[in-house]
Design a protein. Structure first.
Length: 157
């Protein structure tokens, strides 16, 4: 009986270690968010969101022209429900831009984000019609598994 109990205890211990190792392999959302994401925007407008460490850069791409929309840092709270993400801008030209309070949902290579710079953090994902703001933006991980680093993009500016 004692040997049987010891075998069960050992099996439980091994499975627990394997589950913990699998959780560590999965990493945190910060790690899973790293890279380049392509948003679903308007038909004639494309974009690119690059997350590198805690840095964030979001550009609109129209043909060969890129317009910097957001350059700053991001922080997440993956324990909140729904999960929270804050976009804090870098100061540019003495202009102060408020932090965007957002929620996000990460599912593999799909990312939903809805944020607000003019009011409280959204509590749910929705896509209002017309000019209604804020709207949920759907991002898909860029095909290239290697994102350009923001530091390299800064050198090109």
């Amino acid at each position: 009986m004692r040997v049987y109990s010891l075998a069960i205890l050992l099996a439980l211990l091994i499975s627990s270690v394997q589950l913990n190792a699998r959780d560590k392999d999965a990493g945190s959302d910060v790690e899973r968010l790293q890279g380049t994401w392509i948003p679903d925007l308007e038909p004639d407008l494309q974009g690119r969101l690059t997350l590198d460490g805690s840095r964030l850069r979001f550009v609109h791409v129209n043909g060969k022209r890129e317009t910097l929309i957001w350059d700053g840092h991001f922080a997440i709270n993956e324990k909140a429900e729904p999960k929270q993400m804050d976009w804090t801008p870098l100061r540019r030209s003495g202009r102060e831009v408020p932090t965007s309070l957002a929620i996000y949902q990460l599912d593999g290579d799909n990312l939903l984000i809805i944020g607000n710079t003019e009011g409280p953090r959204p509590a749910a994902f929705y896509s209002g019609g017309g000019s209604q703001r804020p709207k949920t933006i759907i991002f898909r991980r860029a095909k290239s598994s290697r994102a350009k680093k923001i530091r390299n993009e800064d050198r090109a500016d």
